[in-house]
Design a binder for this molecule. Structure first.
Ligand SMILES: NC(=O)c1ccc[n+]([C@@H]2O[C@H](COP(=O)([O-])OP(=O)(O)OC[C@H]3O[C@@H](n4cnc5c(N)ncnc54)[C@H](O)[C@@H]3O)[C@@H](O)[C@H]2O)c1
Ligand SMILES: [Zn+2]
Length: 347
């Protein structure tokens, strides 16, 4: 178990079937999941509660991460007579966790939330830190709240059925955590595609990546803006995802190219030795991220980085690594530098 400032993270094979015992809910329990994940995981989570929890299913997909879907969950909770002491358990990837988590944040001004993340990305990133959100037509995650869970239940054995590409998506976020704050975590990742894949070390990767995020999120309560570190690779990634309409690329793949772009800027500024940048790039490429299609041009990506809600005014904030395990938060990045980084990411 990892104890954060606010809630425990139960990590281990088999914990998913012990959710009920680990959570100790007071009122009624509602499990929110998708049709696809219901039988495989959600029914098991529901059965771990006494009495057995009720299951609510929603449609999946990033395009469904909306107020309308959150409202559907609220309607279901009202139909079933949920009260303020109810607990909502989100079983699924980041889409389910964010949408169900947001519903838990607003239903009757907030009910208890438990995350049972079933993708690697959700296990190492989206279920940790207390942020929940849905998308608006104008952009991603524009409607949200801070609603820390009561507990997070992370069972690495659920990842067996996860498609290879979704697994890689989470691995890029874990690799990011290594570059930000944990050189030993970074070392687990191979430097060439033919060497042993990191999956035998998956549990170690998950635990170390969680610790990086937990340490940053906990410290951020005292030292504002530390949380920005988690955005390494994300300025250009958001530009790529936005320019591609969030289709044809996973979030992790976009972050992979975004890290390569950020590194190029850091090298040009003299912040990062080229050989370190090359090392990081070899580890990223060893996981074979799908390339940004040639039809997406650099200008569209640059224009889309402007929408990054983390930018204030004209000053562009970026996280640039200085060595493996340390990044600087740089607030005077020019548009020309970002264009240079995008070119490096697409090269
Ligand atoms: N709240 C945060 O701090 C935060 C941080 C990062 C990302 N996010 C959000 O997370 C979302 C992306 O999450 P994601 O990458 O988990 O994608 P996702 O939730 O869309 O899931 C991807 C696919 O994997 C399937 N799946 C899930 N678990 C499975 C399993 N064990 N076996 C087989 N298939 C499985 C799902 O059915 C889905 O089709 C985005 O909306 C992003 O904005 C939030
Ligand atoms: Zn991310």
């Amino acid at each position: 178990m990892i104890q954060t400032a606010k809630y425990p993270i139960h990590l281990g094979r088999g914990v998913i079937d012990r959710t009920g015992a680990l959570v100790k809910a007071r009122g009624r329990v509602f499990v929110v999941t998708s049709h696809a994940l219901r039988e495989r995981f959600a029914d098991r989570v529901a059965a771990s509660f006494d009495p057995v929890a009720e299951v609510i299913t929603i449609e999946e997909g990033e395009s469904r991460k909306t107020l309308a879907t959150a409202n559907e969950i609220v309607t279901q909770l009202l139909d079933r007579g949920a009260k303020r002491d109810a607990t909502l358990v989100a079983v699924g990837g980041g889409m389910i966790g964010d949408t169900a988590g947001f519903a838990a944040a607003i239903f009757l001004r907030g009910i208890s939330l438990v995350h049972v993340p079933t993708t690697l990305l959700a296990q190492v990133d989206s279920s940790i830190g207390g942020k929940v959100a849905v998308n608006h037509a104008r952009g991603k995650n524009l409607i949200g709240a801070f609603h820390p869970p009561k507990a997070v239940i992370i069972d690495p054995s659920v990842l067996h059925s996860l498609p290879e590409r979704e697994l890689a998506s989470g691995l890029f976020e874990a690799l990011k955590a290594g570059v930000i704050a944990d050189p030993e975590l970074f070392e687990i990742f191979p430097q060439s595609p033919n060497s042993q894949p990191p999956t035998p070390n998956l549990e170690t990767i998950i635990e170390r990546a969680i610790r990086v995020k937990v340490n940053i999120v906990d410290a951020d309560e005292r030292e504002a803006d530390l949380r920005r570190l988690l955005n390494y690779g994300h300025t250009i990634a958001h530009g790529i995802e936005n320019a591609m309409n969030y289709e044809g690329i996973t979030h992790g793949e976009a972050v992979a190219w975004g890290m390569i772009g950020a590194n190029a800027i850091a090298v040009r500024r003299g912040l990062l030795p080229r050989e370190t940048s090359d090392r990081i790039e070899r580890s990223i490429r060893a996981l074979e991220p799908r390339r940004v299609p040639a039809t997406i041009d650099a200008h569209a990506i640059l224009a889309a980085t402007e929408h990054d809600k983390k930018n204030t005014g004209t000053a562009r904030v970026m996280v640039l690594p200085t060595r493996i395990g340390h990044c600087d938060i740089v607030s005077d990045v020019t548009e020309e530098e970002i264009a240079y980084g995008i070119d490096a990411a697409l090269a």
